[in-house]
Structure formats: structure tokens, C-alpha cells
Design a binder for this molecule. Structure first.
Ligand SMILES: Nc1ncnc2c1ncn2[C@@H]1O[C@H](COP(=O)(O)OP(=O)(O)O)[C@@H](O)[C@H]1O
Ligand SMILES: [Mg+2]
Length: 322
């Protein structure tokens, strides 16, 4: 079942003041997500991830776009959307002065549960997210990883069919990230529709069933991480060399004719070659480069990554964007 089915989302911000600026934060994005899946929105800072999630959460009104979230019309029935939704913003939503127990009970009471129901729900979530030993400490005294688990639990108090997570693991160390990933996978396996944003390539790759890669407020590529990578090639060889004049053009042309080569991108500091079997073709590539009088300063052979997809679509690397 499609739990998020929205098309044509747009949002333009206009700042006021002496020199007003117009920012087209989201320029026509379609979002579809099914129950029991994790859909990722991957993009650099300023790509429009938070704005997209905030529009789906009814926190920001879209300039254009239509569809349903958790079975309710996004524009006509925002109350209905909110009733089926959990949203955890970039900075979380816990009251830092209260403890975890109080935060969870308060959220459950706000959601319309009785005192007894609220206490039961809080106890369940504390157990699920392994928050027992720290449940009575003010949230402000918790570590980054513990706080994120509290915020995730808060987003789930009302058993939402759709969970929106804005950069859930930013700033966490690898161990805490892996722990949070496990919890997010568990929610997916219990049939929740999880839609999350991230600027981490490895997170998008490891966690998401389907990805939307966005840049400048628009989708540049979409699909399962493995399919997106395969669409580039199996391997990528990067040769550090100076490609000058006719020799440079000849190296590029000959590289394109090597077996299994899918694309060759010449740049200021060398050549990127996307191909099916890097190990087999590497020697030929080195030979033809040298034969045309170019010296090679560096060589690398890697599996094609999501960054290569981003690079091919935008001309920039997501790694540089951090
Ligand atoms: N309230 C706002 N007023 C003006 N510009 C905004 C506002 N919120 C976001 N923007 C701009 O919209 C663009 C997209 O922002 P955002 O959705 O936060 O991106 P991301 O979450 O991918 O980093 C950025 O250029 C940002 O500066
Ligand atoms: Mg953001």
C-alpha cells in the first residue's frame, strides 16, 4: 500500500528586508513510499530535504502539489495526515528539561490516550529502544545517541503508519548510527512506512530500500541503491594525469573503445572511467595513456558508488559537500 503518494511538491521562500531573496527550495518533487519500506531522500545541504519532509508533515504549506499521506489528503485534511504520522525533525522534539518517561507520557496524553494507556505505551517504547536505565534522567543529560533514540520513540508514540525522519543520525558516532539503523529496520519490518532524509552516502546505501537523490530542489535520480549504482557501471578507475591537446583527446577516445567501458569523463585533474571489469582493463588503460605521452600521478580502482551517480547527474561530488 502506498502510504505516501504526493506529486508536484513546490515551495519558494521569499525573505523580507532591504534586499529580499527568493529561494526555490523545492521545485516539483513527487514522493511515493509504501508500508514496510524505507525510502531515503539523499542530497547535500540546502537540497530541499527538510522542506520536503516538513511539507509532507503539514508543518510547511506547499505552494503546489497534491496527494495523500497516511491515507489523508495533504491539503484538505492536514489533521487527518497528522493523526497517522510521526515526525522527528532535524533537532528532535524532546523537552530537554524533562526525563524520557515524562516526555513519552506527555506525548501519549496529547495524542488522546488515557493515563493508563499512556503509561503502558511509554513503558513499551522504553523497552523497545533500550532506554530503561536512563528513563528518569533529564533528556539534556543524555548522550547524542541516547537523545536520538528518545526522539525516535517520541515520533512513534501514536503508532503512526508513516514515520518521517529528518537526518536521524547526523552527528552520531558509527556505533550509535548502526544501533539507530537497527531500530529503523525493525520499524520497517513491522510494516511502518519510513521516509528519511540523509546526506550520508553509506547510510543511504545500507539502510534504504529505495532512494530519491535530490539537488537544488529537484530529483536527479531515483531507484534502489543497487540499481542506481549498476546504472553507472560495476567499477570506476580514476587516473590522475594531465590531458592536454590532441594527445588528451586521443587518450579519452581510446579509453572509450576499451572493452566494457560505459563512460569516460575527462577532467582538469585526470580521467574517470566507468566500466564493467576494472581489474581486467586497468593495464590497457595505463598502457594507452603512457603510449600517448601522458604521465600518471595517481591510480585508483573502486566499485561504483552512489557518489558516482550524484557526480554523473550534477557534476559535483556529495563527499565535497560536507
Ligand atoms: N524558512 C526559510 N526561509 C528562507 N529560506 C529557507 C527557509 N528554509 C529553508 N530555506 C532555504 O531553502 C533551501 C532548502 O533548504 P532545506 O530544505 O532546509 O534543505 P536541506 O534540508 O536539504 O539542507 C535552502 O537554500 C535554504 O536556505
Ligand atoms: Mg535539512
Amino acid at each position: 500500500m502506498k502510504n505516501v503518494d504526493v506529486s508536484g511538491l513546490r515551495k519558494t521562500y521569499r525573505t523580507r528586508g532591504r534586499s529580499p531573496v527568493t529561494v526555490e527550495a523545492v521545485r516539483g518533487i513527487d514522493v511515493q513510499a509504501e508500508s514496510g519500506s524505507i525510502v531515503g531522500i539523499l542530497g547535500p545541504n540546502g537540497a530541499g530535504k527538510s522542506t520536503t519532509l516538513r511539507m509532507l508533515a503539514t508543518l510547511t504549506r506547499p505552494d503546489a502539489g497534491a496527494g495523500t499521506v497516511a491515507g489523508h489528503d495533504l491539503l484538505a485534511d492536514p489533521e487527518g495526515v497528522r493523526s497517522g504520522l510521526g515526525y522527528v525533525g532535524q533537532n528532535g522534539g524532546a523537552d530537554e528539561t524533562c526525563d524520557t518517561w515524562a516526555n513519552l507520557v506527555f506525548a501519549a496524553r496529547l495524542g488522546g490516550m488515557s493515563r493508563t494507556e499512556a503509561a503502558g505505551r511509554a513503558a513499551d517504547l522504553i523497552e523497545t529502544f533500550e532506554l530503561g536505565p536512563i528513563a528518569r534522567r533529564p533528556v539534556r543529560t543524555l548522550s547524542g545517541g541516547q537523545k536520538r533514540r528518545v526522539c525516535l520513540a517520541l515520533g512513534l508514540v501514536r503508532r503512526p503508519a508513516v514515520l518521517l525522519l529528518d537526518e536521524p543520525t547526523t552527528g552520531l558516532d558509527p556505533q550509535n548510527r548502526a544501533n539507530l539503523w537497527e531500530h529503523i529496520r525493525m520499524l520497517r519490518d513491522q510494516d511502518t512506512c519510513v521516509l528519511l532524509s540523509t546526506h550520508y552516502l553509506d547510510e543511504a546505501d545500507a539502510l534504504c530500500d529505495r532512494l530519491m537523490i535530490i539537488d537544488g530542489g529537484a530529483v536527479v535520480a531515483e531507484g534502489a541503491p543497487s540499481i542506481l549504482k549498476q546504472s553507472m557501471a560495476a567499477d570506476v578507475i580514476t587516473l590522475g594525469t594531465q590531458l592536454v591537446g590532441t594527445a588528451g583527446a586521443e587518450i579519452t577516445r581510446l579509453a572509450r573503445e576499451l572493452p566494457g567501458v560505459r563512460s569516460v569523463q575527462p577532467g582538469a585533474d585526470g580521467l574517470r572511467v566507468y566500466l564493467d571489469d576494472g581489474e581486467r582493463t586497468l593495464a590497457q588503460l595505463i598502457d594507452l595513456t603512457r603510449a600517448n605521452g601522458a604521465s600518471i600521478s595517481t591510480i585508483s580502482l573502486d566499485r561504483a558508488s552512489l557518489d558516482d551517480v550524484f557526480l554523473a547527474k550534477t557534476g559535483r561530488s556529495l563527499r565535497d559537500a560536507d
